[in-house]
Design a protein around this ligand. Structure first.
Ligand code: NAD
Length: 517
């Protein structure tokens, strides 16, 4: 089929060094500030539903500022959402692929027109600075554009060998109704990507966003409406995890679960979804993208300035709250001290402050995460050396100072567990071999990186560095849709490779038809 859309290209970013650009974005922040504190309903079968129960979303940078309240769903709403999704899926799944692909391109256009408005909401709801907020919206747009084009490739029958006297076709069909469970950290991008992929494939979904960032989900539903998605194709259930999480996963009507989040929740979903419930006549599929303990190796031949720039960007961008964040810096002994000096010197210059003021490092998402990070820091202080930070920032928001520990041993908690905050463990390796051994010594295998000038080491890392996304001589965060398909191995998840050419295939099943003439 001829591709009906213009060629795919990633969404450009604004230059926030330009004062005019900054002024323009600040005006958008002011406009959104005037809309904070509103109530946001559930959306079931296209209808706005309120339940009388609410969950509150606060600005992490100014923690008593209410961003909004989202309706809290209960068992009745779960039942209604499944009914609405099942009804809608029949018609939606029967449409030609190009019809659904066009809906995604339209959604991308709606988001593009409202790019700064959406980014401004992220400043308040997730404490993302301007660059991080806009990048998240850009990624959401990229997912829509990319999956629209990928869908077109799956419309035709797949190739099989001919057989005399028979016609054989292999075609793909949607799975049915699924549940989408994204995290709060890429609040619009992952929410959008994990929703529109199964949807363009012809499925209908119940979207259950993180209770830490429910307001962006309300905005997403309004944009789906503006883009002309039929009612019931995406149903929004906000609310408490304790009420919604297990109930949606366990439900006998759930065909698949598209989850991104922590290893603990992912393992729980994996286990529960394996149980066939009464009345369930299929096996549930689960796509589980989980955490990371991402390491960057710097060897004695590396450009240390470039490595230090990359380390600081990957460790402290969005306060280290990225699954891909560099939380382990693995330095070969010969350059360890020089590298640490350079990294600390750069990290010292990072400004800690409110996202609305576009600080380099802003508040972490909420008190739970804040307490957790400070707990890791307190325990690390017993054995390692804090060469930067190591304490909370100013009151009023959930601020943690950028923190760097040296003298961390490979088996230490700080070298093994995902902290999900602005905390780096520096590990000293005897040589490159030892560095690679340390890099591969956690249960996670999501992102990793190597700074070196030696070709043979690059080739070895390509083969032996066990991560789903390996970056050579650059920062280890910031994968681009359609360019660096994303997802890890081992306890980092099922390696769905979001933004990659195989992703949509996960939400389709293949049917072979043989007709003998
Ligand atoms: P989380 O596991 O706490 O929550 C993720 C989602 O699961 C949320 O929507 C949450 O409400 C929901 N949830 C919680 N309990 C549930 C239950 N019992 N049943 C069903 N759903 C439940 O994770 P988080 O704090 O939102 O996100 C941070 C984690 O996500 C980090 O570990 C990070 O590394 C990971 N992450 C991974 C990727 C990736 O692509 N591999 C991308 C982004 C984030």
């Amino acid at each position: 089929m001829i591709d009906p859309f213009e060629p795919y290209a990633t969404e450009p970013y604004s230059d926030f060094h330009d004062p005019h650009v900054v002024d323009g974005f600040r005006a958008e922040i002011e406009a959104v500030r005037g809309r904070l504190g509103q109530d946001w309903p559930l959306v079931i079968g296209g209808e706005q539903v309120v339940t009388g129960q609410w969950i509150a979303s606060h600005d992490p940078s100014v923690s008593d500022r209410l961003v909004g309240r989202a309706a809290a769903a209960g068992p009745d709403e779960i039942g209604r959402a499944f009914q609405a999704a099942q009804r809608a899926q029949v018609g939606w799944g029967a449409l030609p692929m190009v019809h659904r692909a066009r809906a995604l391109v339209k959604l991308a256009a709606v988001m593009r027109r409202r790019k700064w408005e959406l980014a401004a909401w992220e400043v308040f709801e997730a404490s993302k600075n301007y660059l991080e907020a806009e990048a998240d919206v850009a990624e959401a747009i990229d997912f829509c554009e990319y999956y629209a084009r990928q869908a077109m490739d799956l419309d035709d029958r797949l190739e099989t060998y001919p057989y005399p006297g028979e016609e054989n076709t292999l075609t793909l069909q949607p799975l049915g109704v699924g549940v989408v469970i994204p995290p709060w950290n890429f609040l619009l991008a992952i929410l959008t990507g994990t929703t529109v992929a199964p949807v363009v494939a012809g499925n209908a979904v119940i979207l259950k966003p993180s209770p830490k960032t429910p307001i962006i989900a309300g905005l997403f539903m309004r944009m789906l409406d503006e883009a002309g998605f039929p009612p019931g194709v995406v149903n929004l259930l906000t609310g408490e995890d304790a009420v919604l999480g297990d109930a949606l996963v366990d439900d006998a009507r759930t065909r698949f679960i598209n989850f991104t989040g922590s290893v603990a929740t992912g393992m729980r979903i994996h286990e529960r979804a394996a149980k066939v419930q009464p009345g369930q006549h299929f096996l549930k599929k689960t796509f589980l993208e989980m955490g990371g303990k991402d390491g960057m190796i710097v060897d004695e031949t590396a450009d240390l300035d470039a490595a230090a720039d990359a380390a600081v960007a990957a460790a402290f961008g969005f306060q280290g709250q990225k699954c891909s964040a560099m939380s382990r810096l693995i330095a070969v002994a010969e350059i360890h001290d020089a590298l640490v000096d350079k990294v600390v010197a750069r990290a010292e210059r990072l400004e800690l402050g409110a996202a609305e003021d576009n600080a380099d490092v802003c508040a972490v998402i909420d008190q739970v995460q804040y307490d957790k990070i400070l707990g890791y820091i307190a325990r690390a202080k017993e054995t390692a050396t804090a060469v930067l930070g190591g304490e909370a920032g100013p009151n009023g928001g959930w601020y943690v100072k950028p923190t760097i520990f040296t003298d961390v041993q490979p088996d230490d908690e700080l070298a093994q567990e995902e902290v999900f905050g602005p905390v780096v463990a520096v590990l000293r390796a005897r040589d490159f071999d030892h560095a690679l051994e340390i890099a591969n010594s956690t249960r996670y295998a999501l992102t990793g990186g190597l700074f070196t000038r030696l070709r043979d080491r690059i080739e070895r890392a390509r083969r032996e560095f066990r991560v789903g996304n390996l970056y050579i001589n650059r920062k280890i965060t910031g994968s681009l849709v359609g360019i660096q398909p994303f997802g890890g191995f081992d306890m980092s998840g099922t390696n769905a490779k979001a933004g990659g050419p195989d992703y949509l295939r996960l939400f389709l099943e293949a049917k072979t038809v043989t007709e003998r003439y």
